[in-house]
Design a protein around this ligand. Structure first.
Ligand code: PEP
Ligand code: MN
Length: 337
């Protein structure tokens, strides 16, 4: 249940209102937006007489039941779009933020050359995996701590904020200077990891699991938020279907639904969705058109020899062509790339 507060409600009145509900065993979320402030009750609210609260509490303008299980990430609790700042880059608010870089950091030379190239083409954030979740234990597992070190060197040299995937809690110490922590599809429902990363309070890029519903993605975001971070970017990256021609099926409707149901920014990873290089540019245009807040694209200096995901990686020229194509389209949508 959410109580929308009167604009003139004083903070001490709100505090006492919150204390009153917490004394009855409810948890609360206090949300401050530009339009209004709200208090959301978490717990079994079936016995709460909503009308009575509105009639008897001066500070409450109106109340609404929230039927969804997700509360903190729910747009009914926080009606305005959440805007996130990561290393000086804004995600949300009239921007279409492009994140680009290799699937895996492979060497200093590779990450630096890709970083310089994608920056020159207009990418705002650099991606690079160091701890890699691979289907086969025989595949390249990532450069691990050294990969993070090289990614941070690329950040230092180019000024681009960086995003990289954490696979478990023991890796937390490597992520102190990483601007955005990625939780990958395979870990979307690793609840202990969600709680631990939430407690870190950093910006999190949460990818949708390949066999998870939109509601489950929102519940995982709820875990992060209740653990301590409100800076969450949701990422659609394709789901498993009966289709075999693509690596996954890009669920484009999820972008629209996520933005309707939640106030969090939503980006799309067309590279893992398609698994095929030639699909990345057309899908990116669809992503922009459908209202996403950005894109995460795999770019490699030498895709043929990439140690992971070469088949879906663009080379720097292909990425540059995509960015040149996207820029006027973004302007038509009133979004800055
Ligand atoms: C990745 O971004 O490199 C990755 C492994 O993605 P996903 O978790 O979506 O498969
Ligand atoms: Mn990859």
């Amino acid at each position: 249940m959410v109580f929308i507060l009167n604009p003139d409600a004083k903070q001490e009145q709100i505090d006492s209102f919150i204390r009153q509900w917490e004394a009855k065993g409810f948890s609360t979320i206090f949300s401050v937006g530009t339009e209004h402030r709200a208090v959301c009750l978490i717990g079994n609210t079936s016995s709460v007489d909503m009308d009575h609260v509105v009639e008897t509490c001066d500070i409450v303008r109106y109340a609404r039941r929230i039927t969804e299980q997700y509360k903190a990430v729910n747009r009914s609790v926080h009606s305005e779009d959440t805007i996130i700042k990561a290393g000086g880059v804004t995600i949300g608010e009239g921007t279409f933020t492009v994140i680009a870089g290799p699937c895996s950091v492979e060497s200093r030379e590779q990450i630096l050359s890709v970083a310089e190239a994608v920056k020159a083409s207009g990418a705002k954030i650099l991606r690079g995996g160091a701890f890699k979740p691979r289907t086969s234990p025989y595949s390249f597992q990532g450069m691990q701590a050294e990969g993070i070190e090289l990614l941070l060197q690329a950040k230092e040299i180019t000024g681009l904020p960086v995003v990289s995937e954490i696979m478990n809690q023991t890796q937390e110490k490597y992520f102190e200077n990483v601007d955005i922590i990625q939780i990958g599809a395979r870990n979307m429902q690793n609840f202990d990891l969600l709680k631990a990363v939430g407690r870190m309070g950093k910006v999190v890029l949460l990818k949708r699991g390949m066999a998870n519903t939109i509601e489950e993605l929102l519940m995982s975001a709820e875990y992060l938020m209740t653990a301590g971070t409100d800076k969450i970017i949701l990422c659609e990256r394709g789901i498993r279907t009966f289709e075999t021609m693509t690596r996954n099926t890009l669920d484009i409707s999820s972008v629209v639904l996520l933005k309707q149901k939640s106030h969090l920014p939503v980006i799309v990873d067309p590279s893992h969705a398609a698994g095929i290089r030639s699909l990345v540019a057309p899908l990116s245009k669809a992503v922009l058109a459908v209202g996403a807040d950005g894109l995460m694209v795999e770019v490699h200096s030498d895709p043929k020899n990439a140690l992971s995901d070469g088949a879906q990686s663009l080379d720097p020229e292909q990425f540059d062509a995509l960015m040149r194509d996207l820029k006027p389209r973004a302007a038509l949508e009133n979004k800055a790339i």
